[in-house]
Design a protein around this ligand. Structure first.
Ligand code: FMN
Length: 186
């Protein structure tokens, strides 16, 4: 497609005092490319650098943790909660500016969906801890749920007419419930 039809998209824009070379913005996406300790490293820099080189006007880095590691929602997100993170962030902006892109970062605390807090057992920063429901992330299945799900799946897949009860080794044995009522080990 010729660029003539994209004159508006490709013309300079402005957000307040921020001048941008065109109207192509990269929306914030938690890319999970950080260094695992909140720092911006080479992976993040190269990823965004490729977009800047390609012509994006404004790059918005996703999920910059404001209380890192608290509130993190992915293992390798970048952090803005301490000056120790500045060198990586400064180098990132320098490299993106060199390609003519402007850079912003999304400030983030994942609140009740801070999956890293859940995974690491940190207290969650929410007004009230959400009630865990079956199917939520990191919610343990109860033994009864495991039994029920296994039973349902097995029955469905194998097309079994009768119900097999599955117990793990702590729960004793396999049992077959027959219509007549006799149960035996399998
Ligand atoms: C992989 C992925 C990660 C995303 N991560 C974030 C994020 O960290 N923060 C956010 O505000 N939006 C996030 N989004 C939403 C995008 O920024 C964007 O709003 C969404 O993809 C819709 O874009 P569109 O309006 O251009 O279709 C993410 C989207 C995708 C596909």
């Amino acid at each position: 497609m010729g660029t003539s039809k994209l004159t508006h998209l490709l013309s300079p824009g402005r957000i307040g005092s921020l001048e941008v070379r065109n109207r192509i913005f990269m929306s914030p996406m938690g890319d999970n490319l950080g260094e695992g300790n909140g720092h911006v490293g080479e992976r993040t820099k190269r990823y965004f650098e490729a977009r800047a080189r390609g012509g994006v006007g404004l790059i918005i880095v996703g999920v910059g943790g404001i209380a890192y590691p608290a509130g993190a929602c992915i293992p390798n997100q970048v952090a803005v909660s301490d000056d120790v993170f500045l060198p990586g962030l400064q180098d990132l902006t320098k490299r993106l500016h060199a390609h003519g892109a402007k850079v912003a970062i999304q400030l983030q605390h994942a609140g009740k969906v801070a999956t890293q807090d859940m995974a690491c057992g940190r207290p969650m920063w929410v007004p009230s801890v959400p009630e865990m429901k079956a199917g939520d992330l990191f919610n343990d299945l109860t033994l009864e749920e495991i039994r029920r799900r296994l039973l349902e799946e097995l029955q469905q897949k194998a097309g079994l007419g009768s119900v097999w009860r599955f117990f793990d080794r702590h729960g004793i044995s396999f049992k077959k419930k027959r219509s007549g009522g006799r149960a035996g080990s399998a």
